[in-house]
Write a protein that binds this ligand. Structure first.
Ligand code: GAR
Length: 196
């Protein structure tokens, strides 16, 4: 599920040829999101499920999530990857997909949950940052980490230069983490990521 340009989706598409997973559906809450075109070019079914209702009002989280859930089930989805999907999911949705729902976040979780990560990392004069792929649980960005990659933060970094450096490692990290899950080499058990 995506909301934007979908460069992480692009990395998963590029990886899937000899991977233990196949992308069967791409869902965006934003019409015209760049990732939809990437998916369509790769011959993957796409769907737009707006989080807005009529007259620009937001649907309730539960109604929106029920639509997502129905679309995922109709597509026969087994694992849901959030790849720049910028909506918070309801507790009910995250519980329904527990252990089969993962996200990529541009920080070394549990540090820097939430938004404006790179601004905050630079502000705090961190020497390192990175990316994390984690199981999604109801609490935002708090689920057990499956894999992380680290990058240096340079003294002259702007949020954009740091974001670009982190994004480069995201594109290797997400396929690697999804392979682990699809291969059954990592599982969510009693709130922990268990490997083996
Ligand atoms: C990525 O940097 C991803 O880590 C971040 O959004 C970007 C999406 O880029 N996700 C979050 O911040 C989730 N809270 P992409 O659309 O090019 O994959």
């Amino acid at each position: 599920m995506i909301s934007g340009r979908g460069s992480n989706l692009g990395a998963l598409i590029a990886d899937q040829a000899n991977a233990p997973y196949k992308i069967v559906s791409v869902i965006s809450n934003i019409e015209g999101a760049g990732g939809l075109a990437r998916a369509a070019e790769a011959g993957i079914a796409t769907q737009v499920i707006p989080h807005k209702g009529p007259l620009g009002t937001n649907k309730t989280r539960e109604d929106f999530d029920a639509e997502l859930d129905a679309a995922l089930r109709a597509a026969g989805v087994e694992i849901v990857c959030l790849a720049g999907f910028m909506r918070i999911l309801s507790d009910g949705f995250t519980r329904a997909w527990e252990g089969r729902l993962i996200n990529i976040h541009p920080s070394l979780l549990p540090a820097y949950k939430g938004t404006h990560v790179h601004e905050r990392v630079i502000e705090a004069r961190e020497s390192q940052s990175g990316a994390s792929v984690h199981f999604v649980v109801p609490e935002l960005d708090a689920g057990p980490v499956i894999a992380q990659a680290r990058v240096p933060v340079h003294a002259d970094d702007s949020p954009d230069t740091l974001a670009a450096r982190v994004l480069e490692v995201e594109h290797k990290l997400y396929p690697a983490a999804l392979r682990l899950l699809a291969d059954g080499k990592v599982k969510l058990e009693k709130g922990l990521a268990v490997f083996g």
